[in-house]
Structures are given as C-alpha cells and as structure tokens.
Design a binder for this molecule. Structure first.
Ligand code: KIV
Ligand code: ZN
Length: 513
C-alpha cells in the first residue's frame, strides 16, 4: 500500500480565513485534536507573521507529539531562521518554503525577474536544509505559472534539498483533468527523490476534486484544512478527501490514508467552535444532515438496509454521538468520569464551575448531550486562563413597547463588583453595552455568530464573536440556554482576553502569502 500523507493547514491557511484569529491555547487545542485524528503533518503557522504566530508554532512543536510540525516561510533568511526557531523543538519538524512563480505574481507582487526567483528559491531552500532534512517547497500560484519555468524552479528546489514539492492552485482556478496533468508533468520532469503534494483552493468549488485528480496522477500528499477553511473560499476539506479515498478504495486501490476517521466529526466541531465558523448543515461527512433522511422512501430504505441510501457508516466518522445519560441527579464523579471518557481534561476551579453550569443546565434541559458538555467545558477552560471579570448577574427588559435595557453586575478578580446599565437596538446589544460600561472596555464587534449547539427549543445557544479593541483582535465564546446570556458571556470572554493582553507587546504584523 502507498500512503497519501495528510498535511493539515487549518492552523495556517485555515487561520487566514477572514475573521478568524486564534490565540495560543486555542491553536494548541486544535493541534492536539489533529494529533488524535492522526494527520501526518500539521502546518502550525507562519512564524514570521506575528509574535503570536511564532509562540503558537513553538508551543505546538514543544508539546504536540505524533505528527510532523511544520512552519511556513518565505525565502528570506530572516523568515527561515524564525521558522526554524519555532519548529526546532518538535519530535519531527519541517520548514515549508514558498515563492511565487507565475508571471503576474513575479511582476506585480514580488517585482522580481524569473532569474531572481530562481536564485531566491535556491538560497531559501538551501538555508532551510541546513536546519532540517525535511524541507517542502511550493511554487506559489503554481497552476497559473508557465509549467516549464515552474518545473525548473522545482528542480532547483530539489537540487538544494527539498524533499516535498507542493503544487498550489493558489487562486482555485484549476479544473481536475488539467490539474492532474500538471502533477504528472512535475513528476515526469523533475529529477530526484521527492514527494509531490497538492494545495488546492476552492474558488470554483473544485478543491477536493482537484486534489483527488492530483492523487490519481501520482501526488502522495494532500494539503487540506478541517471544514475546508482557508483563504477566501477555503482549501480542500480534510474530511472530504480522507473519506473519498477511504470510501472509494475500489478506485484508489493500493492507496491509504493514516487518519482515524472516527475523530472527524469531533475535530470538525472543535474547529467550528474555536474559529466561530459554522459548519453548513448539508456539509459532506461532518454536516449535521450528512446522515439524516427526510423522505419517507429513504427512511424506509435505510430501516431495511442502511446501505440503500448511505455510502458511509456514520459511526466511522464519529457522527453517532454517544448520548450522555447525565441528568440533574448526576453527581460530580459521574460528571468528571464522563468528561474524561470524552477526552476533556478539566480540574480544580474550572471543574467546579463547569459542574455548577452543568447542574444549572440539567434543570432547564431534559437531554444533555456530548456537544452540550463540550461547549460548557470549553467556556470554563477559557475562563480558567482569563478571569479578570466574571458575570455575576444579568437582567434584561425589552419587547415591542420598551427600549431594550440590560443591567449587569460584573465582579472583578480583586473582589470588587460593578453594576452598569446599557440600552441598545435589541437585548443582546443592550447587554453588550452594559458590559462595556462595567468593564471600561469598548471596541468594535467584527464578527458575531449565534448557533444552537443541539436541537430543540431548550438547546444551548453558542455565541462566537470577534472584538477589535485597543489595537488588538480577540475572539470570545459563550454558551447558555438563553442567547442574550450566551452573548454577554462571549463578550465578557473577549473583554477578559483584552485585559490579559493589555500591556503585552504583541502586535500582528501584516505579512501573508
Ligand atoms: O495558496 C498558496 O499558494 C499557499 C502557499 C503558501 C502554499 O498557501
Ligand atoms: Zn493556500
């Protein structure tokens, strides 16, 4: 069997999706789950891009075991040295060097001649190979490049130590047959020992199809992201490429992927929760409707034999969530045991307050699911690290005849309590205004998403938002059965992060491929 390596770029290209900004602990949580999922390589970030990116890649390299940990880098020595500095702690590390080879990118963006690009590629790859034997090279905008020139640059990269050649369709312009041909052309025309990889963007909705065409033509690594996250319309969706290769083993015979597919749904949920990007209901493999049957004929068919209308066993992608039998009579032990079985590590004060939140929820909601527990724990783990302010009370009045007004009591870490009242366009707006006044933190909400964690009118509402304040951009999350309370908690979560970052010198640099 030949292995197609799964190179996950959720934390790099995925994090470049508009509005996503993950902090170190959030990136670590995703990286740990990616390791449980069994991806071969984690592209943990772009270390030169910001101090935050560097810290995250370094933390992942230090703690996450299993996959190769990779850092992205342009060809400049400063970039490469920084990437190495971040990934060098990993059990196995990789530096991913890229430079554009298309006419438009060389002329308009890089302002370099083709000869300069060749020299840059040679020097950059050689510098990276001085640090590690695992170097990947990408001719950015490869699909729109002159194939002969791109092949020449790839040859230079291999001659200088590159062991993986990644061919990006940076702008998602490719169609499967033609992309497959290009992969074959690279394999046939570059000499040496290297693995060819695909990196396809989804601007025409063809990222997965193009990646698979690459595999059919000899590519043995696919770059992809959980839930298809990535620049603009995103990258090839990890869960889709994995399940296409597994499910169509008859077509991709002799090819295997290492991923533990039972972790796919959970990985998708974690990424969605932390990035604030919802998963569309009918998303292949991980969408909530991917295994739902509405039509009577279909229901009848699957009752007779699942395979009448299902090509994937839901359990094989972790879609049959185990229903937790926890209820309002459950004790702390049962609660902690259940969390441990779900792989959620939580202790001390965070465990105590998660238990209190669970009891409150059990009073309001008949069925508490694994997804509810994950949401509660996620919020409490966040609260464990950032706890300057705590929401002590919230009351709102509104309706069609009164101006929406919210009053909050916020206690701070020094034991003080502040009460404040705010008004707004709706009750959520009023609650946020009241918290801004109570905490003395103002800012601009750049993203605001409300999602129900489970189904039913008693479901938990999960709010994910992004706050720009004091020159920083942070995310916040909150869950509660009431969406106004969930919004208040999410806003306070973001305010707490701003409070923590205040004084720190971290600033995002605007660097990006
Ligand atoms: O899309 C792209 O070309 C990239 C490269 C950095 C591989 O993300
Ligand atoms: Zn990309």
């Amino acid at each position: 069997m030949e292995t197609v390596r799964i190179f996950d770029t959720t934390l790099r290209d995925g994090e470049q999706s508009p509005g996503i900004s993950l902090d170190v602990s959030e990136k670590l949580e995703i990286a740990e789950q990616l390791a449980r999922l069994g991806v071969d390589i984690i592209e943990a970030g772009f270390p030169i891009a910001s101090d935050g990116d560097f810290e995250s890649v370094e933390a992942i390299a230090k703690t996450v075991r299993g996959p190769v940990i990779c850092g992205l880098s342009r060809t400049g020595f400063k970039d490469i040295d920084r990437a190495w500095e971040a990934v060098r702690h990993a059990e196995r590390n990789r530096i991913h060097v890229f430079i554009a080879t298309s006419k438009i990118h060389m002329e308009k963006k890089l302002r370099m001649t083709p000869d300069q690009v060749k020299a840059e590629a040679a020097a950059g790859v050689a510098r990276a190979s001085g640090y590690t034997s695992d170097v990947e090279f990408s001719p950015e905008d490869g699909y729109r490049s002159d194939p002969d020139f791109m092949v020449e640059v790839c040859q230079i990269a291999v001659d200088n130590g590159a062991t993986t050649l990644n061919i990006p369709d940076t702008v998602g312009f490719a169609v499967p047959e033609d992309f497959g041909r290009l992969i074959k052309y690279v394999i046939e025309n570059v000499r040496g020992d290297f693995v060819v990889s695909t990196h396809c963007h989804n601007d025409l909705g063809l990222a997965v199809a193009n990646s698979l065409a690459g595999v059919a033509n000899g590519a043995r690594q696919i770059e992809c992201a959980v839930n298809g996250l990535g620049e603009r319309a995103g990258n090839a969706a990890l869960e889709e490429v994995v399940m296409a290769i597994r499910t169509r083993a008859d077509f991709y015979s002799g090819i295997e992927v290492n991923v533990r597919s039972e972790e796919l749904a959970k990985t998708s949920r974690i990424v969605s929760r932390l990035t604030g990007y919802p998963v569309q209901y009918n998303k292949a493999v991980v969408g909530r409707n991917a295994f739902a049957h509405e039509a009577g004929i279909h229901q009848h068919g699957v009752l007779m034999d699942r395979e009448t209308y299902e090509i994937i066993d839901a359990a094989s992608v972790g879609q049959e969530a185990v229903q937790i039998v926890l209820g309002k009579h459950s004790g702390r032990h049962a609660f902690r045991d259940t969390l441990e079985k779900m792989g959620l590590r939580i202790q001390g004060d965070a465990l105590n307050s998660a238990f209190v939140r669970f009891k409150e929820l059990a009073d309001k909601k008949v069925e508490i699911t694994e997804a509810d527990l994950e949401a509660i724990v996620a919020e409490e783990l966040g609260a464990e690290t950032v706890h300057k302010f705590v929401l002590a009370e919230l009351s709102v009045v509104g309706g069609t005849a009164q101006k929406p007004t919210a009053t909050v009591v916020v206690s701070d870490v020094d034991g003080g309590k502040t009460e404040a009242t705010g008004t707004g366009d709706g009750m959520i707006d009023a609650a946020i205004e009241a918290i801004s006044i109570a905490t003395g933190t103002t800012g601009k909400l750049t993203n605001f998403q409300v999602q129900s964690v489970t189904s039913g009118s008693d479901a938990l509402g999960a709010v994910a938002l992004q706050l720009e304040s004091e020159g920083r951009k942070v995310s916040g999350r909150g869950v509660a059965t009431d969406v106004v309370e969930a919004s208040a908690r999410a806003y306070l979560n973001a305010v707490n992060k701003i409070a923590r970052l205040r004084g720190s010198a971290e600033r995002d640099l605007e660097v990006g491929p």
